[in-house]
Design a protein around this ligand. Structure first.
Ligand SMILES: Cc1cc2nc3c(=O)[nH]c(=O)nc-3n(C[C@H](O)[C@H](O)[C@H](O)COP(=O)(O)OP(=O)(O)OC[C@H]3O[C@@H](n4cnc5c(N)ncnc54)[C@H](O)[C@@H]3O)c2cc1C
Length: 472
């Protein structure tokens, strides 16, 4: 007996569940097959518990500033790391519950098991055969752990297990300072742990602009020891782990391996699809429609490694389901690229990153947040904003920044970029005083000074149409 379904979705993460909701606009004839824990990576071991931990850490990180501005007693604050971790898990469980309910709401159409393609339209799971009109692969990724590191046993921790630590030791090694390693490294440092971090690159937190990255490194280096351009070896020495980058070995209680993530495609039987696979075992797919060749198969979310972020995984799920239901439909446009790292100060990029800029024709507008008025008042004066602007037409094409309240600045920039605004048009927007957004205005003004065509009019919109802004 072969069961039939109009749509089969592999993976009950953000991409899979969004694809499910998009599919259900057209049909209820859908099966959801998940192998592994329910609740989504984002809510279970990703975005949500990490930000819950960072909120507590950033609050504790304010104690020295509080003491400096006349609020006594903060030096006596005690961190109960076990209580902090328990608090994170309570919030985590609250955030995962909705996703678990949604996945299981399908009843017998929600299948727990590891699926395998027999051919492009036939799958096998738990010994049952399923014929599908269309399949969406949304199986996500998992942390990379070198085999040689397994000897560290339970002292080796990834983002998959860090939030399960009941009472983490206070000497912490972090290997890899991409967004995940940087966020979690700073969190444990701000909570009073002795953090030693190593990264192979020169920049941190996924930033590619050296000056912007340096502005974050300067803050982090006051909180933890950091070795950049470091290749580190690890070994267990009794009850401790020795980390060695060829200079001075350090002893830690546990190591967070934040070395990147790899797609969950083993055992899916992708070699049965009849299409070429690359050296990683991935089939080629259309980056716009996410369709694998001309097969009724779509590959969505982190597993496709295009944009490994929660909102992009959700959009992938929408796109994949839309095209699976309407293969001839015109493709849907992507939103402006936006990535945020929730350190303090925050970091991130929109549009083109520094690394992706064309070799010529760009102007950079800078703002230094170490001297920005509102940031100074808050004792959060650190960071650098670089806006990348097309010198020919003044359009914003991208930005990298480190700044207080970076997440909000990055949203303003992403929305402006998606609207195709020029620096002149952005400068016509309201800027309240005193705010960190005034730092954005400084960067826009700096960019405009570098553009050949200068604005001859004040920074106000023209009276094209009468708008009544009367207050009250
Ligand atoms: C520590 C950390 C912090 C993060 N912070 C942020 C953040 O602040 N903001 C942000 O935008 N993004 C963040 N991310 C990234 C974000 O979590 C991911 O982009 C998002 O969760 C990807 O969703 P997905 O649906 O592709 O994968 P997942 O949510 O991982 O879903 C994949 C599903 O497939 C299942 N599965 C695995 N293998 C199989 C198989 N063979 N067959 C069937 N099912 C399978 C899994 O059990 C899982 O349920 C963070 C990630 C981490 C790890």
């Amino acid at each position: 007996m072969t069961r039939h379904a109009r749509m089969v979705i592999l993976g009950a993460g953000t991409a899979g569940l969004t694809a499910l909701k998009e599919t259900q606009r057209h049909t209820e004839d859908v099966l959801l097959i998940n192998d592994g824990p329910y609740g989504t990576t984002c809510a279970r071991v990703g975005c949500m518990p990490s930000k819950a931990l960072l909120e507590v850490a950033h609050a504790h990180g304010r104690r020295e500033w509080l003491a400096a501005v006349g609020i006594g007693g903060s030096a006596d604050l005690q961190v109960d790391l076990a209580a902090v971790m328990a608090h994170v898990r309570v919030l985590r469980d609250r955030f995962t519950s909705g996703a678990i309910q949604l996945a299981l709401s399908l009843g017998e159409r929600s299948i727990r098991g590891r699926p395998r393609f027999l051919d492009a339209q036939t799958l096998e799971v738990n010994g049952e055969r399923i014929h599908a009109d269309a399949v969406i692969i949304a199986t996500g990724t998992r942390p990379i752990v070198p085999d040689a590191w397994r000897v560290l046993g339970d002292r080796l921790v990834t983002s998959d297990d860090v939030f399960e630590l009941v009472s983490p030791g206070r000497r912490v090694g972090v290997v890899g300072l991409g967004p995940i390693g940087t966020e979690l490294g700073q969190a444990f440092a701000q909570l009073g742990c002795d953090v030693h971090a190593f990264t192979q690159g020169r920049t941190v937190a996924g930033l590619s602009d050296p000056a912007v990255s340096t502005s974050l490194l300067e803050v982090l280096q006051r909180q933890m020891s950091i070795s950049t351009e470091a290749t580190v070896t690890v070994r267990r020495d009794g009850d401790r782990i020795m980390l060695d980058n060829g200079t001075a070995p350090v002893a830690v209680d546990w190591v967070l391996a934040a070395l990147g993530r790899q797609p969950n495609i083993e055992g899916l039987g992708l070699d049965s699809l009849g299409v070429a696979l690359d050296e990683r075992g991935m089939p080629a797919f259309d980056p716009a429609t996410l369709r694998v060749g001309d097969l009724p198969i779509y590959i969505a979310g982190d597993v496709n490694q295009q944009r490994p972020l929660q909102h992009e995984a959700a959009d992938d799920g929408r796109i994949a389901a839309h095209h699976a239901m309407h293969p001839e439909a015109p493709c849907l446009a992507r939103r402006a690229p936006l990535g945020i790292v929730f350190t303090e100060p925050g970091a991130g990029r929109v549009g083109l990153s520094y690394r992706e800029l064309p070799a010529s024709g760009m102007v950079t507008g800078a703002a230094d947040f170490s001297r920005q008025a509102r940031a100074l008042m808050a004792g959060r004066n650190a960071g650098l904003m670089h806006l990348y602007v097309d010198a020919a037409d003044g359009r914003l094409v991208g930005a990298e920044l480190v700044a207080p309240d970076a997440e909000h600045l990055l949203h303003l920039l992403a929305w402006s970029l998606q609207q195709g605004l020029t620096v002149n048009e952005m400068l016509q927007m309201p800027f309240y005083h005193p705010t960190v957004e005034e730092g954005l205005r400084s960067a826009l003004q700096a960019a405009r000074r570098g553009i050949s065509e200068r604005s001859r009019q004040p920074d106000l919109p023209l009276c094209r149409k009468p708008i009544d802004w009367a207050l009250g």
